[in-house]
Design a binder for this molecule. Sequence first.
Ligand code: UD1
Ligand code: MG
Length: 457
Amino acid sequence: MSNRFAVILAAGQGTRMKSKLYKVLHPVCGKPMVQHVVDQVNKLNTQEIVTIIGHGAEMVKAELGDASHYALQEQQLGTAHAVRQAQEILEGKQGITLVVCGDTPLIRSETMESLFKQHEESKAKATILTAKIEDPTGYGRIIRNENGHVEKIVEHKDASEAERQINEINTGTYCFDNIALFEALKNVSNDNVQGEYYLPDVIEILKKQGEVVAAYQTPDFEETLGVNDRVALAEAERIMRHRINEIHMRNGVTIIDPANTYIEDQVTIGQDTVIFPGTSIKGNSVIGSECQIGPNSEIDQCLVGNETVIRQSAAFASSIGSRVNIGPFAHIRPDSAIHDDVKIGNFVEIKKAVFGNGSKASHLSYIGDAEVGDNVNIGCGSITVNYDGKNKFLTKIEDDVFIGCNSNLVAPVTIGKGAYVAAGSTITKNVPGNALSIARAQQVNKDNYVDKLNLKK
Ligand code: UD1
Ligand code: MG
């Protein structure tokens, strides 16, 4: 097998996105477009990957890390000019260079592998990955001669009316003989409508030199989508979403309505888990098996055990154990650790709190900056008063504690093991284990007082 190199073009601003964020950093299913491309290229057994950076260079580098070498394109003079920036790293090396755009997030390694194979077999100096699409507007068109051989690529903006009728497009992915590529790049001019150095012009240059130029038409036109604006971004998201959901379904996850289920790329989900509509699962979340998630839940960066139910709730950067029942309408905020067999019911907010095995907060509570032991029952409307306007304080509730309804636990405070807090208490001092603590005004009943006041009609 020949040496393989890859150049990923990611220096453009992406003007058509109309965004502060550089185009290739726009996420598709939670992962920047260019990262999708790099991840696929990484599967290809290449000696060197060079990413061309320019706009947002530092951000792109920070995102991709050492998965790639980098070459800086200081001015964005076109895709041919971009590839030339890899010269220092690649020029003169024997082998095949794959060029792929950072704005084609759906491209798969299998397709690029086929492109390499086709290129090697046809002994061409360049092979273009092409696709036939219904609406080719904006793409470069593949111009073939009467024998069906590729002659050149014409950019949409430079194309004649007749050329614009052609619906075979340049996907922006190519294989080149590395030496021939860098030679030909020297001859690319910017004499075109956009005044840019076009990489596709290399095709015509090689052809005119009598070299073999080939095309590999992929049947999967969807994966060649180039994202230049937000409309295409939404389309890429839709296709990627479908792809991700299909993988989970094939792995034994039930997704009731795949079109309305948003699972990001790095998420893992166990068998026999059911995902109900309107649910987003994001980041590196790991969901166990036999869970029920949704409808309308958002889970970001969470570890969830098995047989857990999360209904119409939101959970962020937390761990949630097995057989836990959450929601509807609960909010699990970051740094919480909810252990097994816990119940977090409706309108309960948990923040930076440990919740021990078998403990319950079934209704209308706020538990923040707290350590809750095992088998604790937190009654309706109870809260940890964790904040004095300046600092946050810890509430400790030891095992087997019962907190009566509508209690305020003013932190820092500890409720000892097995203690019982009477409903309506405002607890400001530690409660010893097994004690009953009542901290509320005593009730006074004044007999017939209403009659005395003469308030009744
Ligand atoms: C390009 C192709 C077009 C093809 C389409 C496929 C050219 C001239 N046209 O058009 O034939 O059908 O992709 O999606 O190549 N970039 C740089 N430096 C630059 C210019 C661009 O790094 O100076 C990068 C961009 O960040 C982007 C990629 O190259 O990731 C493609 O550039 P873009 O402006 O999106 O080209 P298209 O108009 O889509
Ligand atoms: Mg593009």
